[in-house]
Design a protein around this ligand. Sequence first.
Ligand code: MG
Ligand code: ZN
Length: 225
Amino acid sequence: MLQTIRIEEKILGKNEELALRNRQRFDSSGIFAITLSGSPGGGKTSLLECAIPKLQLFLRVGVVEGDIETDQDGRRIAALGCPVTQIVTAGTCHLDAGMVGRALNEMPMDDLDLLFIENVGNLVCPASYSLGEHALVVVISTTEGEDKPLKYPAMFRKADAMVLNKLDLSPYVNVDPAAVEAYARRVRPGLPSFRTSCITWLGIEEWVAWILELRHAWMLEKKHP
Ligand code: MG
Ligand code: ZN
């Protein structure tokens, strides 16, 4: 057991080093990077499909897509006219900083202002692997029930915001959005959260505004450290 723990620490240590390298690449290219993490089917790709056309009015947006198999999500994002690199992990249930670093080699880094990294659908181990992003958004949907923040606290503790998606379905699945938010804030006090629906477009403008504000604050900080 002790042996196993030591090996994991070594791997995670290496990941931290590569994450730092990714962060330096983002910073030197003036790219604000946001990771989306959440369960499969929570609507991460759909949220990007809603938000990216609005963000493209102001910023040059790129996406790194992570999936265990297929480039289906990558194709959906490419259809929005933004550069996208699809990572197919072939079984691995999370992205690591090394995979993202290799994907960045394929991205037009000098022609981007904002990069989304969509992690493999999983609420567990992506919390352990920093990718070098500036902000982490955890995406869950009403169809997952109310208690996910309590059951998967690591992800919520690390997150900079929560998006609670599929709000249009909440009456049908008997989920109270306020209960999900209360659980999330029990785990991570003050966590900003957004109620969204990709069907009714609820909350998309607010989430986009938050992203723009966050990037703006980062730009100011860079100029006046
Ligand atoms: Mg997806
Ligand atoms: Zn994993």
